[in-house]
Design a protein. Structure first.
Length: 90
């Protein structure tokens, strides 16, 4: 069976869904990807979303959660940019 590449947006949505307490099985069904792919994405890309993180964000509004998610994503991108610049010697 051919393996299709999962785009970054889908990966972020998978991470967000899992952080909101949705089961891996439901996430796999929703995005049409395998359960093992969901597990791999969560393990590789989303270690910051632990059980404690879900409890911490439980009382926050959806808007606050989205803002915090965007801030985390921006910080991650900034880190990648700095790493790439360091490799290039800028």
């Amino acid at each position: 069976m051919a393996r299709k590449k999962i785009d970054e947006m889908t990966k972020q949505e998978v991470i967000k869904a899992r952080a909101n307490g949705i089961s891996r099985k439901k996430i796999a069904d929703k995005f049409g990807i395998s359960l093992s792919s969901v597990s791999r994405i969560i393990k590789k890309e989303g270690p910051q979303y632990s059980q404690e993180k879900r409890i911490e964000t439980k009382g926050k509004t959806e808007r606050q959660k989205r803002i915090e998610d965007l801030e985390r994503r921006i910080a991650k991108l900034e880190k990648k940019i700095l790493e790439l610049e360091a490799k290039k010697g800028i």
